[in-house]
Design a protein around this ligand. Structure first.
Ligand code: PMP
Length: 309
């Protein structure tokens, strides 16, 4: 099990993790009414810890919180300070993962009863844990489960809502019971949406394709990083386009992108081998560029990293 650091942020204060508890009646715990982020910090080539694309993650957190009417979230500079304070209090100096979570807490006096957003107090927490980055590119076997991605018109898929992750957990469970490493979900239209915690890319010849933001997906920050790196370091034509199952099974390469998994190649889908069954050249090249970027190794993208100390 991952070792967590001893100090967390809860509602404006740094506290020992053991002192940070919430009542069983917490609304987000009962109804999935929370929003969160997954952020990574890396040791840079210079040996100092730095957070990757911190402001982009925090802006997405703000957008997610707005949709759930979590109005009391700190502003961007205060969020940034809170994340850095947790890392500093834990004297964190190794690759790690940071989890800010904004959530609906308790009905306010006079707000009556029921499942709703208005009239419910907000909470905000940050915890972090050590998380080494993958030493070599992953080679995943995926399946397409019967579960479809929750459509954006039911729960905003473009926001990182905690309740959405019941969908990811069900899909991952189906993948594991079929002997696969991850699930690639279709959306309600039958097009490729995303995997359980990552976005999907495929390469077909000289074209690099990824589903558009309207495909009921989370617009991943890694997806954006990878598109920019691909534009700079490859001669591929990059397109946001609907991807059908036929495109997926027939891809020359397929890979997943996300903060946690970084970039992982998909080498088989539902028993179809992708490419030659090994991580392909595009995924491998982008993996190397990504690894350089997150550790501050790309001069033109030094604005992607925020030093902690
Ligand atoms: N899709 C889903 C459903 C996710 O949970 C994540 C992880 N945040 C992603 C995509 C990838 O997003 P990012 O690259 O911003 O981590």
């Amino acid at each position: 099990a991952p070792r967590h650091y001893g100090w967390v942020h809860l509602d404006g204060e740094l506290r020992p993790a053991g002192d940070a508890s919430l009542p069983l009646t917490t609304q987000a715990f009962n109804y999935g009414t929370g929003v969160f982020e997954g952020i990574r910090a890396y040791r840079t080539h210079a040996g100092a810890l730095a957070v990757f694309r911190l402001d982009d993650h925090l802006r997405r957190l703000q957008a997610s919180a707005r949709l759930l009417k979590i109005d009391s979230l700190p502003d961007l500079p205060a969020l940034r300070d809170a994340v850095l304070a947790v890392l500093r209090r834990n004297e964190c100096n190794e690759d790690c993962y940071i989890r800010p979570l904004a959530f609906k807490k308790a009905l306010l006096p006079g707000a009556g009863f029921g499942v709703k957003l208005h009239g419910v107090s907000d909470g905000f927490a940050i915890n972090c844990l050590p998380m080494p980055s993958p030493p070599v590119i992953g080679a995943l076997r995926c399946c397409v489960p019967a579960w479809r991605r929750v459509p954006d018109y039911c729960i905003p898929a473009r926001a990182k809502v905690t309740g959405l992750y019941a969908n990811s957990a069900l899909a991952m469970e189906a993948a594991h019971s079929a002997g696969c490493d991850d699930a690639i979900l279709l959306n309600v239209l039958g097009n490729v949406a995303e995997a359980t915690t990552t976005n999907v890319f495929i390469r077909k010849g000289r074209r690099l394709l990824t589903p558009p933001s309207t495909a009921h997906i989370l617009e991943g920050i890694t997806r954006d990083t990878v598109r920019r790196l691909a534009a700079e370091h490859t001669d591929l034509v990059i397109e946001e386009r609907d991807i059908a199952l036929t495109d997926l099974y027939g891809a020359d390469e397929c890979f997943l992108t996300g903060t946690g998994r970084e970039i992982a190649a998909v080498v088989a889908i539902d028993g179809y081998q992708i490419g030659d069954g090994q991580p392909g050249p595009t995924a491998s090249a982008l993996f190397e560029q990504y690894r350089a970027a997150v550790r501050g190794g790309l001069d033109r993208h030094s604005d992607w990293i925020t030093p902690v100390y």
